[in-house]
Design a protein around this ligand. Structure first.
Ligand code: I22
Ligand code: ZN
Length: 192
């Protein structure tokens, strides 16, 4: 069916643009280095997103805390939306906008890494979490779409996928996220 082939071609085209974008490739490698270094220093990695990007956040966190390719010890990583009692209470009593910022305030330490996945780069709860992270000396890593939205100026490291189409952006987020998981696993366990 032509429509299906067109959608697959679009997804490949976004990935082809990433393949040819030296800056995105270099930033991906740098993010893997930053995460490896943080873990070696005893720091933790936090992930957050909304909707499909929340699923991506917990998927990537689980590659670290569970396992990826190799049998090895657990690495400290978690996605911030997984406690529904916390999420519903804070959203109900305060605002959904602060659900991730409050956890970063309560849990994160200087040298930790916060990875925020947002195709628009404008989701308020991620933006606020990045603001608190910066105040605390937590590294901010943004996975966004074209331009990066508000997260552009709040991200120490930014992977802004060259697309404005939410599902196509998410497909590239999970590809680059998987690559980072592989590099971190190889680098961390090669060196300890
Ligand atoms: O998975 C999808 C679309 O593919 C949706 O659930 C999508 O993640 C949601 O609409 C999000 O709320 C979009 O937020 P964001 O990417 O702009 O931060
Ligand atoms: Zn989706």
């Amino acid at each position: 069916m032509k429509k299906i082939q067109d959608i697959i071609a679009d997804s490949i085209s976004v990935k082809q643009q990433i393949l040819e974008n030296e800056q995105l490739i270099n930033t991906t490698a740098t993010i893997a280095d930053i995460i490896t270094e943080a873990l070696k220093n005893g720091n933790r990695i936090y992930f957050c997103g909304n909707g499909g990007s929340a699923a991506d956040a917990q998927h990537l966190a689980a590659e670290f805390s569970g396992r990826f390719y190799t049998d090895r010890k657990a690495l400290p990583a978690e996605a911030l939306h997984c406690n529904t009692s916390y999420l519903t209470a804070v959203a109900n009593d305060y605002s959904y906008d602060v659900v991730y910022a409050r956890l970063i305030d309560g849990l994160a330490n200087k040298g930790d890494v916060l990875v925020g996945l947002s195709t628009s780069g404008n989701s308020a709860n991620i933006v606020k979490a990045f603001e608190v992270a910066r105040e605390k000396g937590v590294h901010t890593v943004g996975f966004t779409g074209l331009g990066g939205g508000v997260m552009n100026s709040l991200s120490d490291y930014l992977l802004n996928i060259p697309s404005t189409d939410t599902p196509r952006i998410q497909e590239s987020h999970i590809m680059l996220g998987h690559i980072i998981c592989q590099l971190v696993e190889e680098n961390y366990f090669a060196e300890v």
